[in-house]
Every structure is written in structure tokens, then in C-alpha cells.
Write a protein that binds this ligand. Structure first.
Ligand code: UDP
Length: 440
């Protein structure tokens, strides 16, 4: 049988690119051919551009192809971010089509990010089977999209994307069976599209960056990793809020006070407040944090501007708890390091992720106060940090994380549920190729 070749098409943003690259690595480990076709991120945030270069350098076994970005991101320059992103992805169809036609060998399947739904038209034109990759939890697929406001433009776009996702041949989910039994039961019962056969769901995760600690000399490591090397085991509170998380100055000051009064060590990734991001992308820490904070905490804390190598940080044995915005990649990365979490959801499906993380999976506790744009007070930050780091409840949380990590490791080992699901996906693909008369 000829080696199968897949083209992976991530949507915009690091939170979608990172897991797609993990999927690419997974396919390569199974001996499959892979090309990741990325729309030139020059019109997107600078972080994505850096990420493509970094991921390409770190993963020589994966072929990346940068597709030219459409001349205009959206027919409506004033459009909302979610609309612009949908428009950009749709306007990229001609370059995706041209790129696929230019490949020397036939493509066996297109694996599309959950938001790249209009690429289905390209797949149909070239008669390539299209599957979706869902980098959020299966629970989010089962209730997709959580509509806080049915009339909002974002909800309408998400509904459109969801409906089109159901046109795919199947959905690969970055999760594992043990973690989300309720959602998977609902999905198996056909909750997505009533009265119609639902696309098959394959939980093939967790696919997360395992880091690259071995063989890296101290000189090449990020300063925050070197700093962590000098901290006691499980002593550090790590705070990082995804690729987009940012707080107003008043909130940054509350966090700083809470950390300081907790007395615990910390590593904190800080961005400029949302309203300053275009004018001052580099946060002015002296102005944004309480007077004297950096000086007073210089022996016990480290503040990193904008970006830290999170996949490696969460694996570091000095880290004891992760204050997270509940992005699914961050959650899976923490699970694979058996790291308890403190939830502070900010955008997208994170509020729902928080509920399942705290109430169902029991791998996290939540902060109070952020709802409806409120401030999380310094006392609350201190209380939750102390709860996880110092109390019996924190110890139990850690135990639950160890169990969850072990179940995740079981899922991805040979014969585990995620490997079995991946084999089923390959078999189904093979079957559908044969039914369509494609010889391989
Ligand atoms: N990330 C990182 N450093 C940072 C912030 C984020 O390496 O300072 C990575 C993180 O490890 C994860 C991804 O960016 O792989 C963020 O994905 P997630 O789903 O957690 O959140 P999103 O950015 O989509 O909101």
C-alpha cells in the first residue's frame, strides 16, 4: 500500500497552529506524509509569524508551506475579528486550491481546523476527503457553539462553522475517551445533527508539545527556564493566559498584590493592557505593576514580557500550580505534567472549559470575581494560590492530576483508546477511498 499523504490546514492564531503541528508530528510518527499549509501570518499578529518560524525550525520532519495571504483580509475592513478571520480563510480558497493542484502526488485527505470550513469547497472540487481537527474538548463539540447570545455575530458565525463541520467525513478531537465520557456518549448518540448520520468522532489525544529539554545547553534556554532550575521543587506559581490574554492595569496590580502577599514564588507572563496593545506592545512593567513590586519580589519572582515557552515551563519540576485562562492546549499541557490549575477563563469556549475542568474532571479550582468584567481581587488570588499550594484540598487536586495524567498516558500508548481511535480513522479513510474507487 502506498504511503498516505495528508495536507493539514490550520486556521489563524497560535492556539490553532500549535495543536495542528502536534497532529502533524503524530501523523509523521505513524509513517505518514504530511504538509502543513499555513496562510502567511503577516496580516495576523506578530506572535503567529514567530510561531511558524519557531515550529518549522523545531520540527524538521514536518513540511510547512506558507500560502500567500489574500490581498484583503475581509471585504469589510471594519468587520469584527471573528468575521475577518472567517473571510480570510474563505478568501484563501483559490491559493489552497492552486497549492493542492501543484503537489506532485495525490493527497489522501485534507485535515481542516474546526474554523476552516469553507475549505470544504476546495476539497469537493478536487474530490479529496475532508476531515476536521477539533483542538477544543469533546464537550465543546457536543454543545457547540455555547450560545451566550444567540443574536451575536460571533454566535452566528460559530453556528455556520459548526453546521459545515458536520459535512466533513469525521472529526478528530484533541482529547481522550476517559476524560470526557458524558460528552462522548452524547456525541455517539448523534447529538450534533438530529435525524441525520453524524460524522464520526475520533478522540486521538492528548496531542501536546512534549518540549525539547534534552540536549539543549543552558545558553540556548529561555531565561525563565534557567531561573526555574534554581527554584525548589513545586514551589512556583505559573501565570500565563494563552496567546491573547491581557488585563487592564488595575487587574495587573491586584494580581501582583495577591502574589506578593501569598509569599509564594511566581513566574508571570505579562502583556500590555488590551487598549495599549497596538501603541505599546511591550508592557511597561514599572508603570503597570504596583510601585516597588519588582524590586521587593526580585528574589522570589520573575515577570516575563509577552511570551514564555509554556510547554517547557509546565513540565518543569519547580512549577507547583498553573493559573490559566483554560485554553484547551494549555489545559492538556498541564494535564500531561500533572499540574493543578487555577481557572481564569477569558474568551472563546474557556468559560465552558472551566466548568468541566472544575466540576467534572476535578483538575482545577476557579477564581471568583472575573464574571461580567469584574476584578479578581488580590485577596482572592492569594486565597486560591494558598489553597492549592498549602492545603489538603490542594494535595487531593494534585492526586487527581496524577491519575488524569496516567490515564492520558494510557490513552496514547499502543493499544490505548486514542491509538485505537486513530487506527479506526485510518481504516475508515481507507474504506471510503476504496468506495470512491481510489486505489492506494
Ligand atoms: N503559549 C506559549 N507561551 C505563552 C502563551 C501561550 O507557549 O506565553 C502556547 C501554549 O503553550 C499553548 C498555546 O500557546 O500551546 C495557547 O493555546 P491555548 O489553547 O491554551 O489558548 P489560546 O491561545 O488558543 O487562547
Amino acid at each position: 500500500m502506498k504511503r498516505k499523504t495528508f495536507v493539514l490546514f490550520p486556521s489563524l492564531g497560535v492556539g490553532h497552529l500549535n495543536p495542528m503541528v502536534e497532529l502533524a508530528k503524530h501523523l509523521r510518527r505513524h509513517g505518514l506524509g504530511v504538509v502543513v499549509a499555513v496562510i502567511d501570518p503577516r496580516d495576523d499578529d506578530a506572535t503567529s509569524g514567530d510561531a511558524v518560524a519557531r515550529l518549522a525550525a523545531a520540527n524538521p520532519s514536518v513540511t510547512f508551506r506558507i500560502l500567500p495571504a489574500p490581498a484583503t483580509a475581509s471585504p469589510d475592513p471594519g468587520a469584527h475579528r471573528v468575521r475577518r478571520s472567517l473571510d480570510t480563510l474563505r478568501l484563501a480558497n483559490p491559493v489552497l486550491l492552486e497549492f493542492l493542484r501543484s503537489l506532485p502526488a495525490a493527497v489522501d485527505a485534507l485535515l481542516l481546523d474546526m474554523f476552516c470550513v469553507d475549505a470544504l469547497d476546495v476539497a469537493a472540487e478536487l474530490a479529496i476527503p475532508a476531515y476536521f481537527f477539533f483542538p477544543s474538548p469533546a464537550s465543546a463539540l457536543a454543545v457547540f457553539p455555547p450560545p451566550p447570545d444567540k443574536e451575536s455575530e460571533t454566535t452566528k458565525i460559530r453556528l455556520y462553522q459548526f453546521k459545515r463541520m458536520m459535512e466533513g467525513k469525521g472529526v478528530l478531537v484533541n482529547s481522550f475517551d476517559w476524560l470526557e465520557p458524558k460528552a462522548l456518549k452524547a456525541l455517539a448518540a448523534g447529538v450534533c445533527v438530529p435525524d441525520k448520520p453524524n460524522p464520526r468522532v475520533y478522540c486521538i489525544g492528548p496531542l501536546v508539545d512534549a518540549g525539547n529539554k534534552v540536549g539543549i545547553s543552558g545558553a540556548e534556554r529561555h531565561p525563565c527556564l534557567v531561573w526555574l532550575d534554581a527554584q525548589p521543587r513545586r514551589s512556583v506559581v505559573f501565570l500565563c493566559f494563552g496567546s491573547q490574554g491581557a488585563f487592564p492595569a488595575a487587574q495587573l496590580k491586584e494580581i501582583a498584590r495577591g502574589l506578593e502577599s501569598s509569599g509564594h514564588r511566581f513566574l508571570w507572563v505579562v502583556r500590555s493592557p488590551p487598549e495599549e496593545q497596538t501603541t505599546s506592545p511591550e508592557p511597561d512593567l514599572e508603570r503597570l505593576l504596583p510601585a516597588g513590586f519588582l524590586e521587593r519580589t526580585k528574589d522570589t519572582g520573575m515577570v516575563v514580557k509577552n511570551w514564555a515557552p509554556q510547554a517547557e515551563v509546565v513540565q518543569h519540576e519547580a512549577v507547583g500550580v498553573f493559573v490559566t485562562h483554560c485554553g484547551w492546549n494549555s489545559t492538556l499541557e498541564a494535564i500531561m505534567s500533572a499540574l493543578p490549575m487555577i481557572c481564569w477563563p477569558l474568551y472563546a469556549e474557556q468559560a465552558m472549559n472551566k466548568v468541566i475542568m472544575v466540576e467534572e474532571m476535578r483538575i482545577a479550582v476557579s477564581l471568583d470575581g472575573y464574571e461580567e468584567g469584574g476584578l479578581v481581587k488580590a485577596e482572592e488570588v492569594e486565597a486560591k494560590v494558598r489553597l492549592v499550594m498549602e492545603t489538603e484540598e490542594g494535595r487531593k487536586l494534585r492526586e487527581k492530576l496524577v491519575e488524569t495524567r496516567d490515564m492520558a498516558l494510557d490513552a496514547v500508548k499502543e493499544g490505548g483508546s486514542s491509538e485505537v481511535a486513530f487506527d479506526e480513522f485510518m481504516r475508515d479513510l481507507e474504506k471510503s477511498s476504496l468506495e470512491n474507487g481510489v486505489c492506494s
